[in-house]
Design a protein around this ligand. Structure first.
Ligand code: NAD
Ligand code: UDP
Length: 319
């Protein structure tokens, strides 16, 4: 049995970028953590410093197989998140979102545990409405190279809402927009990690397309705060709720900023734009402000500074 204010929390995908920050924050808040990960994209490096904590437990497990544990709350983050990683084994990407979600929802049903799904802005696809509110149904290609992730995450949302309606479990659905910070996988090909590593190594900065496509980047600490607030919000608030930083900028501007902040000698080179690459993306966060009292507070420069410092360490030890 748990003590009164200590919650037993399962974080699936806890050795990944967001999961490792979430585990750290929840441990600091005094909770009893079970981190489940199959290390598909996650790394022990992200959680090594937590292994000796008396309330941290690590279980190597693939959530596409059933899981029997006893917890009170579940954050379901397990899923490769970068296009390179989720396209590496697209069938597994759909599986983790469908079979994996069914397993973890089944666990939540048996335990009557509250469960939060890490959904994504990708459910909006290449959006025809800008910025994207939660009631926009999206513009998603169901047969392209990004579909395993986009449709997988859409189906996961469907499953969450069907378990909610059919079985009455307590759900929370967060639509996470591009997030960055320390512990991002160095080889995951995401734009911020790519540009920073290229800049630190004085290698060409690879812009896909002409760089006019936009994204809105949220620093990881803000995102973790939003996820925890969502989990702790009243039971009648299920989401989906957008979590992200509305500060939108073009990929070209991002490249220029990173070159300037690192003092790099890198030149910008232009490469073909990948298929179905969204043209623009910016969250509307009115709902998060109203229901969670949440808005991101870390400016891009400050977040980039911390992320650059992290990757300087990565370059030094030669990962
Ligand atoms: P990540 O790849 O760093 O972390 C995902 C973690 O899940 C990894 O540790 C990986 O090993 C683990 N995992 C993958 N398949 C698994 C399986 N079958 N069983 C157990 N563990 C498995 O990615 P991230 O950026 O930390 O993303 C975490 C979650 O947030 C993902 O669900 C992602 O879709 C979502 N998300 C992230 C972003 C972002 O910008 N980082 C944006 C939108 C949504
Ligand atoms: N991108 C780029 N160069 C890179 C990596 C990414 O220009 O080396 C572009 C990519 O085409 C996309 C944007 O940056 O338009 C964000 O890509 P990322 O993979 O980080 O996230 P997502 O496309 O899933 O938002």
């Amino acid at each position: 049995m748990k003590s009164s204010d200590q919650v037993r929390i399962l974080v699936t995908g806890g050795a990944g970028f967001l999961g490792s920050h979430l585990c750290e924050r929840l441990l600091k808040e005094g909770h009893d953590l079970l981190c489940v990960d199959n290390f598909y994209t996650g790394s022990k490096r992200n959680i090594n410093h937590l292994l000796d904590h008396p309330y941290f437990e690590l279980l190597r497990h693939d959530i596409t197989f059933p899981l029997y544990v006893e917890v009170d709350e579940i954050y379901n983050l397990a899923c490769p998140a970068s296009p390179i990683h989720y396209q590496n084994d697209p069938v597994q990407t759909t599986k983790v979102n469908v079979h994996g979600s069914i397993n973890i929802l089944g666990l939540a049903k048996r335990l009557k545990a509250k469960i939060l799904q890490a959904s994504t802005s990708e459910v909006y696809g290449d959006p025809s409405i800008h910025p994207q509110p939660e009631n926009y149904w999206g513009n998603v290609n169901c047969i392209g190279p990004r579909s395993c992730y986009d449709e997988g995450k859409r189906c996961a949302e469907t499953l969450f809402f069907d378990y909610y309606r059919q079985h009455g479990i307590k759900i929370k659905v967060a639509r996470i927009f591009n997030t960055y910070g320390p512990n991002m996988h160095p080889d995951d090909g995401r734009v911020i990690s790519n540009f920073i590593l290229q800049a630190l190594r004085n290698e060409p900065i690879t812009i896909f397309g002409d760089g006019s496509q936009t994204r809105s980047f949220c620093y990881v600490d803000d995102m973790i705060d939003g996820l925890i607030r969502l989990m702790n919000s009243p039971d009648d608030f299920t989401g989906p709720v957008n979590l992200g930083n509305p500060n939108e900028l073009s990929i070209l501007k991002l490249a220029e900023k990173i070159i300037q902040m690192t003092g790099s000698k890198s030149k910008i080179v232009f490469k073909p734009l990948p298929a179905d690459d969204p043209r623009q993306r910016q969250p509307l966060i009115d709902l998060a402000k109203e229901k969670l009292g949440w808005a991101p507070g870390v400016p891009l420069e400050e977040g980039l500074k911390k992320t650059i410092a992290y990757f300087e360490g990565v370059v030094k030890v030669g990962h």
